[in-house]
Ligand binder design. Sequence first.
Ligand SMILES: [Zn+2]
Length: 301
Amino acid sequence: MSWLTDYVRPKIRTLLGQRPDIPENLWSQCLSCEQMVFTKELEKNLRVCTHCGHHMRGTALERLAWTFDEDGFTRIELPKAPADPLSFRDQKRYSERLREARAKTGLEDALVVAHGTIAGQHAVVAAMEFGFMGGSMGAAVGEGILAAARLAVLQEAPLIVFTASGGARMQEGAVSLMQMPRTTIAAMLLKEAALPFIVVLTDPTTGGVTASFAMLGDIQIAEPGALIGFAGARVIEQTVRETLPDGFQRAEYLHEHGIVDMVVRRTEMRETLARLIGLLRPHVAQVPAAAEEPLAVVETV
Ligand SMILES: [Zn+2]
């Protein structure tokens, strides 16, 4: 033991120590093709692999930055939802899980809402944060989607929602399920005001989110390769006792079968959204009338 610990280990340390310091996050590995990509290059390419085109997951704040024009956007404060309505506890208390998720993401819950311009056209964008408890939908997300729809109506702007969610938040039980009809009402508000509602399904969008507002867009867009479905493939296979086809529940498969209107690469998303808004609202001037701020401003980026 002494020879190993006293001689070999320090020797290895010295050998390793002599190597130049490499910053930890200089390179990122693509989960699809397993090739290494220069992180800066990857970020410049909106987290799409430069080798194989695989779309890596982005955060809600990255979504906002990728979607709005360079001159930035204004985030709004979302209504507070009752915290831990059931005093739920599994291995951990729900309140503790919330605290951890808030510390990890810097967000209040799994949704951010902002307004700004997309190619000069005013729009409200809501983006889900998968990193916040799997993007699960509880009362806060439901309130947030409603707030986004109300903001769009007030500003007479289209609403674009980027989904990324594992579904309902089980720690809120029936309260979480109630968000399905509530977010459906949000979609109705836009319809009544004759404003476009565009949904961009990103990887992954499943469960109660798929079963509510995520499928109610006037136009349904998906990112390449995104997993979109209600129940998991294994559960379906066990229920119907049949082998599911290749690519089942993937964006391209859903596009072929008419569930999704278009599959759009992330690098072309901003211009596609701008084109769609222009087509859906040809009578609206490029620059909007100064809309009143209905809610407190969190920050202007
Ligand atoms: Zn790749």
